[in-house]
Design a binder for this molecule. Structure first.
Ligand SMILES: NC(=O)c1ccc[n+]([C@@H]2O[C@H](COP(=O)([O-])OP(=O)(O)OC[C@H]3O[C@@H](n4cnc5c(N)ncnc54)[C@H](OP(=O)(O)O)[C@@H]3O)[C@@H](O)[C@H]2O)c1
Length: 259
């Protein structure tokens, strides 16, 4: 894609999976407003086109690349379509979904769907982009996980499991990729107001607007930090909860969920 406009951020071309809605959309618009060329992917061309139209007057161009990340062949074909000089210098593997679950109505179909999109889909993208990036020895990559991956939470058993897996995966890959000149970062947001969380029927502490989330992520992507997590106070309490022994952790969780 063309990169005629001068970017005011350290990147010329960013690829965002899940760029048609919520956090991905806010990130795409924030980067385009700073002159970055942004390629956005999602399954629905109409939703991508809407974001592209919103960016019509911004200095950076938005290019729509419809894609289902669960289709590994389609992901590979999309990545193979970029000439080395047009390859994104920032890739944000953000696409994901959430569906509350319960032990009583546990659905294998729903569990597989979450694993296919959140975990397998992200693996499909990583498998497609890593060979070129490691061959060039450059580039920046960020994986969208969640604070829900820190410890098990009622109602988010499978979602939390996919996000815990992404946290572990990203931690595992970071040292090797750093040695090869690739910057890998992990994004762990708390609650962000998006169509995904609009479905939640419980009070969400420290809920932040998608635009504020995009701002925090962009700040983190420019920093040397491995983990980009926010909002600070929520993350602080959840990280503290990681240190609790199981008996104490389960009694705190039971008290909160009964309240
Ligand atoms: N909102 C929060 O509070 C929060 C907190 C922590 C982490 N996160 C994570 O942040 C990411 C974005 O969430 P969001 O809140 O912005 O949700 P969202 O508004 O529902 O956006 C999800 C995006 O992912 C895309 N997507 C879903 N399945 C896909 C697939 N199979 N292939 C390609 N694209 C797909 C969607 O587009 P299509 O449906 O058109 O494909 C959409 O663009 C997710 O990974 C989520 O787990 C969110």
């Amino acid at each position: 894609m063309g990169q005629a406009v001068r970017s005011r951020l350290p990147w010329k071309h960013c690829w965002i999976t899940g760029g048609s809605s919520g956090i991905g959309r806010a990130l795409a618009l924030a980067m385009a407003s700073q002159g970055v060329s942004v390629s956005i992917s999602g399954r629905h061309p109409g939703a991508l086109a809407k974001v592209q139209a919103e960016a019509a007057d911004l200095p950076g161009r938005i290019c729509n690349l419809p894609l289902d990340i669960t289709d590994s062949a389609a992901v590979q074909a999309l990545v193979d379509g970029w000439q080395p000089e047009a390859f994104p210098d920032l890739i944000i593997l953000n696409a994901g979904t959430h569906q509350p679950d319960s032990a009583q109505n546990f659905s294998l179909h729903q569990a597989r769907r979450l694993v296919d999109i959140n975990l397998q889909g992200t693996l499909n993208c990583l498998a497609a982009v890593l060979p070129g990036m490691t061959a060039r020895g450059s580039g920046q990559l960020a994986v969208m996980a969640s604070v829900a991956g820190y410890r098990g939470l009622p109602g988010a058993a499978v979602y939390g499991a996919t996000k815990a897996a992404l946290i572990n995966l990203t931690e595992s890959l970071q040292p090797e990729l750093a040695e090869q000149g690739i910057r890998l970062q992990l994004i762990n947001p708390g609650f962000v107001k998006t169509p995904l969380t609009d479905r939640n029927r419980f009070p969400m502490p420290w809920l932040v607007p998608a635009e504020a989330a995009a701002e925090a992520i962009l700040k983190g992507l420019r920093s040397r930090r491995f983990e980009i997590s926010f909002p600070g106070r929520f993350v602080f309490w959840l990280k503290l909860a990681r240190l609790l022994p199981y008996r104490l952790y389960f009694s705190v969780v039971a008290r909160i969920t009964r309240a």
